[in-house]
Design a protein around this ligand. Structure first.
Ligand code: ADP
Ligand code: MG
Ligand code: MG
Length: 357
């Protein structure tokens, strides 16, 4: 156990002035512990990586660095205009350091920026979706197979459904009785898996960000324009429908993911329209016809799949998502299913927005 203050240890590791270093929390990410390490001359974002979610942190750093390098080349020739969050090397030319069993990395701090945790306006939704679209477009010619599967089967609905079926069979905490209605609902929706399977070979495998939440991009403090796409931890090969669908899931409802005011959970149609407009604009020359059609499936699959994962975790005894009370994961599941139902019920109007692409 070393007892050097963490700001001193990290400053020494990343070549900063350790005598004048201070450290404080920044942002409100849920996965890693993110801090701002400051000295009079330089500030870095330092992150203690969540090694439960990411048991092999080196894979995540390898992926992010490949993407950084590709985006940097695009930036040099004026084909990518957002800031790039680059990893900072240690004095030993490494990108990870270990301190008392914790694994840390450093990223360049993007100053003059702010992040949002909830989408309040149509313009925020469009700006964020456009940033994720620019990010996707710049990686269109990057070979997605070069990326490691940092979390294998992350967005694999068929696999999530198998795990769900196992858990309801064993019912380790006798909770199925408390959520039979939700369990039956999930079992009735698995034709979504067939719809996804039907895309194989028709929709291209792309570099996906896989966590297209509003707080994973930065806005410019002065102009409110997009500044950067951040949090590249889950970048992996996949279908863009997942990134589109996760924006729909996380931007469109005016309620938080665990809200129990289910009557208020639903799609804000103007936000949905803004996502379509913002995301598609940078991608319009790249998207295939099958890919455009697949976005509707993405809008349905993402809320359903996350709801299924919350329900699975509830029945399994809350091992994955942290909870604040006993039925927290069940509340989250109900919330996501309410959103999913609302999306399905608005199929006609939402699909019409997508056909305009
Ligand atoms: P997590 O994986 O836990 O979600 P993130 O990488 O998304 O962590 O970072 C959490 C928050 O920290 C972001 O929402 C943002 O507010 C802030 N942040 C992260 N990286 C930077 C950066 N390079 N510059 C400025 N702020 C950052
Ligand atoms: Mg994040
Ligand atoms: Mg993350």
């Amino acid at each position: 156990m070393n007892s050097i203050p963490i700001e001193v240890y990290l400053s020494e590791s990343f070549g900063l002035d350790d005598k004048h270093a201070s450290i404080k929390p920044i942002g409100s990410g849920h996965i890693n512990t993110t801090m701002l390490l400051s000295t009079p001359k330089r500030s870095l974002v330092v992150q203690k990586l969540n090694t439960v979610v990411f048991p092999k942190p080196q894979l995540l750093v390898d992926n992010a660095r490949l993407i950084e390098q590709h985006l940097s080349k695009k930036q040099q020739v004026g084909e990518f205009n957002l800031a790039i969050v680059r990893h900072v090397a240690t004095t030993q030319h490494d990108y990870l350091v270990n301190n008392n069993d914790d694994t840390w990395r450093a990223l360049e701090f993007i100053g003059g920026s702010y992040s949002e945790d909830v989408v309040n306006t149509v313009s925020q939704a469009q700006t964020a979706a456009n940033a994720f679209g620019q990010f996707a477009a710049a990686l269109e010619d990057f070979d997605a197979n070069k990326l490691h599967a940092v979390i294998p089967n992350f967005h694999n609905l068929a696999m999530r459904a198998e795990v769900f079926k196992q858990v309801i069979n064993t019912d380790p905490h006798k909770r199925v009785a408390h959520c039979q209605e939700e369990v039956d609902f999930c079992l009735s929706q698995f034709s979504l898996i067939d719809e996804l399977n039907a895309l194989a070979g028709k929709v291209p495998i792309r570099v996906c960000h896989n966590d297209t939440k509003i707080n994973n991009m930065l806005f410019c403090l002065d102009s409110n324009d997009a500044k950067a796409v951040i949090d590249l931890d889950t970048c992996m090969p996949g279908y863009w429908l997942n990134d589109f669908g996760d924006m729909v899931r996380t931007f469109c409802s005016a309620e938080q993911e665990d809200s129990t005011a289910l009557e208020k959970v639903g799609v804000r149609e103007d936000i949905f329209a803004a996502i379509v407009k913002g995301y598609v604009e940078p991608l319009k020359s790249v998207l295939t016809a099958a890919e455009k059609q697949s976005f509707w499936l993405g809008a349905k699959v993402m809320p359903f799949m996350i709801g299924l994962r919350f329900l699975t975790d509830y029945i399994d005894g809350d091992n994955y998502f942290s909870i604040k009370h006993e039925r927290h994961n069940l509340d989250r599941a109900k919330n996501q299913f309410a959103l999913y139902r609302d999306i399905v019920s608005k199929q006609q109007v939402l699909k019409a927005m997508l056909t305009q692409i």
